[in-house]
Design a protein around this ligand. Structure first.
Ligand SMILES: Nc1ncnc2c1ncn2[C@@H]1O[C@H](COP(=O)(O)OP(=O)(O)OP(=O)(O)O)[C@@H](O)[C@H]1O
Length: 577
């Protein structure tokens, strides 16, 4: 289905509003004809029959009534179209957000952050011109000229034939120019989207760029990206002005042909004055909706380009849902055992398996350390465990039951996940903590902060737990943010801990501090850790080494050092992985 058809279907699904838009558009058209008719009647009476005000006053009343009704119809049309547009955009925004949340981190990590955030916010608003301007105008352009033709034919066949022959000129030019517009606006949309991404990356990486002394080079890059967008916009504007000129010219010439034809016939007495006047008034009204359609067509193209991107996300296949969801409240009762059985996963668009035929087990209470070089597949394995993605082959079993038989939410309630750099939202510390345990009371929050060794810092802040974290946690150092993540994990108090060990942000003192908190968190829990520190690997009950997605070896660190040369090579001279 074409994008336009999908957009139109969205409009039609708002049946009531769409019907009001159409009816008010048709009414506007009908009233335009009536207005021209009464106007020509009045002028003709006054001009030819020398009628006075009293004689034409009934006609004047009709004319004024029509003008008032026309204003009401135009207002209703525009107002209902803008509500229609608002409803559709809100609906798309809701669906899109739900979809992105369903697709999860695996999908988001493949997208450029700035571009995705523009798609979810600004891009949706560019659809406004399509729904509130172009679509209603399309209805008017389809209805009004036909209505005028139907009225003009019985009055004057020659003028009707000229209208009929010249009318297609405008849509033909529109289609010809429209094809180029489509490509250009899509290019403009893409450059804008890339520019948004580039700007977001630049703002995020500004400290890094300064440290590396690359600000100047980056500023040049910014110039290039902005220039590309400027040039793409100029191309769109050029074609849009050219189109306006051509359509205006076609309409003006067509009206001129009718005016000359009518003028000559009036001169030779072949047509009545009132008819001639009516035709002269109605002719520009015949072309006006088509001309306006051309202008609104250009205004709507950005939205159509955005829609292409929006529909691509909405059509993205969702992670496979379990066939049957078994409701078990007793998930993760001790002891349990989790098995990865020949699990493989390939990211969309990739040839190589990120995780390839991996088999291993986790017993409750065990600490497993995952090790391997960059790109070995550690994070993918963790994503599979957390069910951000589902295996394309193989199974993950919990006490011999495929975990797909449990709902994702049910599965995750038993797992606390601690990322390298926990995401903190632009809200208060209390709200950031309560995310994992909404019903937690003040005492539990403070206890979690104490376990994460953050209580001193936070309780000394003037607003305590109600202190705002700030956008992107800018008010917190990397280490503090990690400890807030830890506090969340303590608060969740889940039997399984999945941890991507921090590799940065830490000075020696903080590292010791954090390690102590982490040890407390790991105590009595089943842990799956992407390990970056030798101590963690040494202390783990079992180490699993991955290489190019495959499990190379598993066992105790000291044994593997002796028995596996790939493992020994990974650790040769390393204190951090
Ligand atoms: N979202 C993604 N889309 C496409 N390919 C991906 C994605 N995430 C990871 N990959 C690829 O999958 C493979 C495994 O990556 P993964 O991130 O699991 O490795 P890793 O061992 O965690 O690496 P690191 O230590 O650098 O975090 C790599 O080849 C990587 O390029």
């Amino acid at each position: 289905m074409t994008i336009q058809r999908r957009l139109t279907r969205l409009a039609i699904s708002n049946t009531l509003l769409f019907t009001i838009v159409i009816i008010s558009a048709i009414l506007t058209g009908g009233l335009v004809i009536g207005q021209a008719w009464f106007l020509s009647q009045i002028i003709s009476r006054v001009h030819l029959e020398k009628a006075d005000l009293e004689q034409v006053s009934p006609l004047l009343v009709f004319l004024i009534t029509i003008v008032i009704f026309r204003a009401i119809a135009v207002f209703t049309n525009e107002y209902s179209a803008s509500i229609l547009s608002e409803n559709i955009r809100a609906d798309i925004r809701e669906k899109l957000t739900a979809k992105v949340l369903k697709l999860g981190p695996a999908f988001i990590s493949q997208q450029q952050a700035g571009s995705l955030s523009y798609t979810l916010t600004g891009a949706i608003d560019t659809l406004d011109a399509y729904f509130s301007q172009y679509l209603p105008q399309l209805v008017i352009a389809a209805v009004l000229p036909l209505g005028i033709l139907a009225v003009v034919f019985p009055i004057d066949v020659l003028s009707a034939v000229i209208l009929l022959l010249t009318a297609p000129l405008i849509p033909i030019f529109m289609i010809l120019i429209g094809k180029t517009t489509e490509t250009l606006t899509h290019r403009q949309y893409q450059t804008f989207s890339k520019m948004s991404g580039f700007f977001l990356d630049s703002i995020r990486g500004i400290a890094e760029l300064k440290k590396l002394g690359r600000i100047q080079d980056h500023a040049v890059q910014l110039d290039i990206v902005s220039e590309r967008y400027r040039s793409a916009t100029m191309n769109v504007l050029r074609i849009s002005f050219l189109s306006a000129l051509v359509l205006e010219l076609a309409a003006t010439l067509s009206v001129a042909v009718i005016a000359v034809e009518i003028g000559i016939r009036l001169l030779y007495g072949q047509i009545e004055f009132q008819q001639a006047f009516f035709l002269l008034v109605i002719a520009p009204e015949f072309y006006l909706p088509l001309r306006q359609l051309g202008a609104r067509f250009h205004a709507s193209r950005n939205g159509v380009s955005a829609a292409r991107q929006l529909f691509t996300i909405l059509d993205e296949p969702e992670p496979r849902l379990p066939a049957a969801i078994r409701k078990t409240s007793s998930l993760f009762t001790l002891p349990f055992d989790i098995q990865f059985e020949d699990v493989s996963f390939v990211y969309p668009g990739r040839d190589n398996e990120a995780v390839s035929h991996v088999t291993f087990s986790i017993q409750s209470g065990e600490t497993i350390a995952l090790v391997g070089l960059n790109g070995a597949g550690k994070s993918t394995l963790v994503s599979l465990f957390l069910r951000f993605i589902e295996p394309q082959s193989g199974r993950i079993l919990y006490n011999n039951q495929n975990i797909q038989e449990f709902s994702v939410d049910q599965w995750r309630t038993g797992i606390a996940w601690l990322d390298q750099r926990p995401t903190l939202f632009n809200a208060s510390i209390r709200e950031n903590l309560s995310l994992v345990q909404p019903e937690a009371d003040e005492k539990e929050l403070l206890e979690a902060l104490r376990d994460a060794r953050l209580d001193d810092l936070i309780l000394n802040l003037p607003q305590g737990l109600d202190t705002q974290v700030g956008e992107n946690a800018f008010r917190f150092s990397g280490g503090q943010a990690q400890r807030l993540g830890l506090a969340r994990a303590f608060l969740k108090n889940a039997p399984i801990l999945v941890l991507d060990e921090p590799t940065s942000h830490l000075d020696a003192l903080l590292e010791t501090d954090l390690t102590q908190s982490l040890s407390k968190l790991k105590h009595n829990r089943t842990c799956l850790i992407i390990a970056h520190r030798l101590d963690t690997v040494r202390q783990a009950d079992r180490v699993i080494m991955l290489q190019a997605g495959k499990l190379v070896c598993s066992g105790k660190h000291d044994d593997l050092l002796q028995s596996n040369h790939q493992y020994a090579a990974l650790f040769a001279g390393e204190s951090k992985l």
